[in-house]
Design a protein around this ligand. Structure first.
Ligand SMILES: [Zn+2]
Length: 131
């Protein structure tokens, strides 16, 4: 199952602020049904309880490409190279803290993707290799 959390969302239509459950972390071999919505940028669908307006949140999702040693952070707001470098530095500092993680970290390819097209390509490759 995907890891989720609650976040505050402001409705673009009626400005109502509400809590919604959003996806933070996806493991592809367990969450195959999510591949399609990830590919179309619609993984995080929320609906305003007041006016029923549906929105797709453009927020970051960590995607674990199990069984491949690849972790991709899809972050549409990390457009600049410095943003991506920061995310990679954060990842490396978390990994170096923990002995078990640093073993995994050494074998895992970690990357940051901000363009949906790029993510689409990675997901297509994955589906081809693991169908
Ligand atoms: Zn609303």
């Amino acid at each position: 199952m995907a890891n989720t959390s609650n976040t505050e969302v402001k409705c673009v239509k009626c400005k109502n602020v509400y809590e919604a459950e959003v996806i933070d972390h996806v493991t592809l071999d367990e969450d195959r049904e999510l591949i399609k919505s990830l590919r179309t940028g619609k993984a995080n669908r929320v609906q305003c309880p007041k006016c029923k307006k549906v929105m797709f949140l453009d927020r970051s999702v960590v995607i674990n490409f199990e069984p491949e040693n690849r972790i991709v952070v899809y972050d549409p707001s990390a457009k600049k190279k410095t943003d991506k470098d920061q995310l990679i530095a954060d990842y490396n500092s978390v990994v170096s803290f923990n002995e078990t993680l640093s073993e995994i970290g050494g074998e895992t390819e970690f990357s940051v993707v901000s363009k949906l097209d790029e993510l689409k390509g990675l997901l297509k490759e994955y589906e081809k290799a693991h169908s």
